[in-house]
Design a protein around this ligand. Structure first.
Ligand code: SF4
Length: 718
């Protein structure tokens, strides 16, 4: 703990950064947050916090916190009253829809809000505005997992839990770097290895910390996930390391999958991935012979080309070996943002609350009746942010409301994306001013941040955790639930949002999960407080569910397998898929000879709206850089720290070179956290998304930030 003696009270809450969901206490003195200490009883982190969690409280009283609503007049933003700001937001939305129909307005929000706020936003967008233009920045991180889980299991639900990382005999880290992105989970993996001798296998183009300490590192080329996974499945089948009983009783599609995998013998896979054939065989044997296995995957999967197909094959790896639904066995996607999973639960990713299908008439009726709105108003399909920007470009989307996210830095192909932000009437709701997206705003609404509002955030293992209001928001800033409810009033729908507080909104939304895969009807704030979080499904009278699909192993006679309903496809079985393999749409060539990989680092979070304002973190890594392999650096005559220009088909950045073996020859890496302008600093063109393109996974709409092509240009002679 920091400054234990100087604190009036400690408020139990949950870290608001990554999807791990660590429990902590926020120390308050004279109405201000002054310290933090980890919660030693929290089931997730058991008394540990990473750097970001330790310093999060420092964002709360920062001088750049936004305190008043602002309205643009010419080039300048000027303070206005809440009444005027809200009235104009309501009026602009109403007028746009009246003139241009449901596609003329849209909302794009972040993945760090509370479950209750997401519910309100989606109720407003779908139930009041009736617009298909509703998406979140989770499109950039989890969209492919959503589609992949649905494809394999029939529902978007992570099957495993963190305890699996403690007890599994094999941790297969595929396109993830938990040492930097989920540090507490990495500690649990290391503890498992130390105590139980768990093996670690890593598939990653970069020599990350997990790759360095792994028992086996499969250093695949960018864009080659599919052949590698097929190669593993090929060997599992050839050497009969399968759970044939499970395949027969609980899955469909094995023959098709086996036929597709037969085209990927190790020698061919070695050619496609750059991984030695012997290592592919060794990895398959480790996986197949291990009593249990967890595959931990993240953005190296989600942001790759064929991302949904990759998730599908990871799921299949577990299904054909029966490594699911048992302690220590799961295909486990780690969410990046604190409450990305909350967003999925209430109908992000295109569904309706309770994982309802917006194209299913009965599901539509259930939601419309519950909300008391005409069913026709609910959109049948939603437009993702890529489509929304195209609609802006075509002049069809006129008013865009951005809540708690920073698309002027985080969207791909920034040249294109920023042009659309410029063009649309933009409402920005955020906790800091200035920030990059607010530079394009016509109206700015100051929101309340983490530590200033109550609500639920769901972590990667389906655990609903409470975040608590420890201090008041600064100045006139208001919490997002209040702002959304007030806008609804100006749209004539105030009665649909008349919740006295967040828990009332939660009571309303949990009813929509009754009998659904994410049933939360047994949850209330008091239970969450008592148990330190609860994992859904948690029907009335329950205490949560740590693992899904556990029932798959309980039937003993083959006839019981008929429609036992454990998986959420109508036939009750999981589906195996023979996915195609197509190389990424953009690959290195003579003009752009390097693979461009982008990603995150431990010190920063997303576009740094928070972490650049924490001196301890900002000082550690104050700017972007490009990692270049020593062989390439020697060939290009680039020295460590030398400013170089990284150029792609979309644009360029100028950043110092970091010469390191972490990247393989022919590949470069740029962290994506950095915008071009920090307050009080000179402009630097360093945002990785100047380089990335608008190619998306066709099944999920997720941009391929992990596989593009670029070149490195020297700026100085020598
Ligand atoms: Fe917060 Fe994630 Fe760090 Fe835990 S691991 S303290 S949730 S940033």
């Amino acid at each position: 703990g920091q400054g234990e003696a100087a604190v009036d009270r400690w408020v139990a809450t949950t870290c608001g950064y990554c999807g791990t969901g660590c429990g902590l206490y926020l120390g308050v003195k004279d109405g201000r947050a002054v310290a933090v200490k980890p919660d030693t009883t929290a089931p997730v982190n058991k008394g540990h916090l990473c750097l970001k969690g330790l310093y999060e409280w420092k964002t709360l009283h920062h001088p750049e916190r936004a305190t008043v609503p602002l309205r643009r007049r010419g080039k300048e933003m000027h303070p206005v009253t809440w009444e005027r700001a809200l009235e104009e937001v309501g009026q602009r939305l109403r007028e746009a829809l009246a003139a241009g129909g449901p596609e003329a307005a849209g909302i794009y929000h972040g993945g760090q809000l509370t479950l209750e706020e997401y519910y309100a936003i989606h109720k407003l967008a779908k139930g009041v505005l009736g617009t298909p233009n509703i998406d979140a920045n989770t499109r950039l991180c989890m969209a492919s997992t959503v589609s992949g889980y649905i494809r394999s299991f029939g529902v978007d639900a992570p099957p495993g839990c963190y305890e699996d990382l403690d007890v599994s005999s094999l941790i297969f880290i595929f396109g993830a770097n938990p040492a930097e992105m989920h540090p507490q989970l990495w500690q649990r993996i290391l503890r498992n290895r130390k105590l139980n001798g768990a093996k670690i296998v890593v598939a990653d183009p970069r020599l990350t910390l997990p790759a360095r300490v792994a028992d086996l590192h499969l250093r695949l080329r960018c864009g080659s996930n599919i052949p590698l996974l097929y190669g593993l499945i090929n060997i599992l089948i050839k050497e009969d390391m399968l759970d044939r009983d499970f395949i027969r009783r609980a899955t469909t599609g094995f023959e098709e999958l086996a036929r597709a995998a037969a085209a990927f013998p190790p020698e061919r896979v070695a050619g496609l991935t750059g991984v030695p054939a012997a290592d592919i065989v060794a990895a398959a044997r480790l996986f197949g012979r291990s009593p249990s296995a967890v595959t931990v995957f993240c953005q190296g999967v989600n942001q790759s080309s064929q991302a949904v197909d990759t998730v599908t094959l990871i799921n299949s790896l577990h299904l054909i070996t029966g490594k699911i639904g048992r302690p220590g066995s799961a295909p486990f996607s780690l969410t990046g943002q604190a409450s990305a999973l909350s967003m999925r639960e209430i109908g992000g990713g295109g569904s309706l609350p309770g994982f309802r299908n917006p194209e299913n008439p009965e599901h539509r009726r259930q939601v419309a009746d519950y909300w008391g709105i005409p069913e026709e108003r609910l959109p049948r399909r939603v437009n993702d942010i890529n489509r929304m920007l195209e609609l802006v470009e075509d002049g069809r989307l006129k008013v865009l409301w951005v809540i708690g996210t920073n698309p002027a830095v985080s969207l791909p192909d920034l040249g294109f994306s920023r042009r659309q932000l410029e063009k649309v009437f933009l409402i920005v709701q955020d906790i800091f001013y200035p920030m990059e997206t607010a530079a394009f705003a016509d109206i700015f609404l100051p929101g309340a941040g983490w530590g200033e509002k109550d609500g639920i955030i769901t972590n990667s293992e389906r655990r609903l955790n409470l975040v608590r209001r420890a201090v008041n928001p600064p100045g006139e800033a208001r919490d997002d639930l209040t702002i959304i409810s007030q806008v609804a009033r100006y749209l004539g729908a105030g009665e649909l949002f008349a919740w006295p507080g967040p828990e009332d909104a939660f009571r309303e939304l949990r009813e929509l999960t009754r009998g659904r895969p994410n049933d939360m009807t047994g949850v209330d704030y008091a239970l969450l407080e008592r148990l330190g979080g609860v994992q859904w499904p948690c029907p009335e009278g329950g205490r949560g569910t740590s693992r899904l699909y556990t029932g798959c192993f309980f039937f003993t006679r083959p006839e019981e397998a008929q429609g036992y309903g454990e998986f959420n496809h109508p036939e009750g079985r999981a589906r195996l898929w023979a996915v195609p393999y197509t190389p990424p749409p953009e690959v290195p060539d003579g003009e752009f000879p390097f693979w461009l990989n982008t990603g995150r680092i431990i010190e920063h979070y997303h576009t740094r709206t928070k972490t650049k304002r924490i001196p301890e973190l900002q000082a550690l890594v104050p700017g972007a850089y490009v990692e270049i392999n020593p062989q390439d650096a020697a060939r290009l005559k680039v020295a460590e720290g030398e400013l170089v220009r990284v150029v792609s088909r979309r644009g360029w950045i100028e950043v110092p070179a970091r010469i390191t073996e972490v990247v393989a020859p022919g590949e470069v890496f740029v962290p994506f956290h950095f915008g071009d302008l920090d307050p009080g600093e000179r402009e630097r063109r360093q945002a990785a998304n100047h380089l990335t393109g608008r190619n998306v996974d066709l099944l999920s709409g997720q941009p391929m930030a992990k596989a593009g092509a670029c070149r490195i240009e020297k700026l100085q002679a020598g």
